[in-house]
Design a protein around this ligand. Structure first.
Ligand code: AMP
Length: 186
């Protein structure tokens, strides 16, 4: 199964992706986590993206698309995957589509985690993961970037009729059971 887990920053994508990973035995691919690891390990990619990430802006599409295309060649993703944090712009969605069709495959589900903006800010500021982009000023930038650059990705998949909306308000388990219902249908 190939799944895109979509939603604004703080919607709980990472938490839910890990639960899907365990229950359905398909690996999560988080571009944000890959960038954080690159920064921690001071790789050339890490050096390139550090300032951009710290400021809450988006890494350029070509860098992200190359990273994902390379990662998806790994055998662990051959049986499916959950994308968390990708695609985040319409050009990334288009590039991902060409990659899928080149490989003769297609997406099974696009899950949109819906959470109100006030709740997002609360969650991010209280999650205490020590992320350098989890502070009030950067959260505002990230939400603005989401609304301007990432939200159109939802319309892109809407047009393909692939979107399942998940109420992202409630406990982790309540939200996960809504995801299970949606995946049961797709
Ligand atoms: P996340 O962990 O998904 O919140 O991502 C953290 C940060 O990594 C974002 O604010 C961006 O700077 C960068 N990033 C992650 N995924 C992408 C992507 N698909 N496109 C551009 N930038 C990304």
């Amino acid at each position: 199964m190939k799944i895109i887990l979509f939603g604004p920053p703080g919607a709980g994508k990472g938490t839910q992706a890990k639960k899907i990973e365990t229950k359905y035995n398909i690996p999560q691919l988080s571009t944000g986590e890959m960038f954080r690891a690159a920064i921690k390990n001071q790789t050339s990619l890490g050096v390139k993206v550090k300032t951009i990430m710290d400021e809450g802006r988006l890494v350029p599409d070509d860098i992200v698309v190359d990273l994902v295309a390379e990662a998806l060649k790994m055998p662990e993703y051959a049986g499916g995957y959950i994308l968390d944090g990708f695609p985040r712009t319409v050009p990334q969605a288009e590039a991902f589509d060409s990659l899928l069709s080149k490989n003769g495959t297609s997406l099974d589900a696009f899950l949109m985690l819906k959470v109100s903006e006030a709740e997002l800010v609360n969650r991010i500021l209280s999650r205490g993961e020590g992320r350098s982009d989890d502070n009030p000023e950067k959260v505002k930038v990230r939400l603005d970037v989401y609304n301007k650059e990432t939200a159109p990705v939802l319309e892109y998949y809407e047009k393909k009729g692939l979107v399942s909306y998940i109420d992202g308000f409630g406990t982790v388990d309540e939200i996960f059971s809504r995801i299970e219902t949606a995946l049961g249908k797709s």
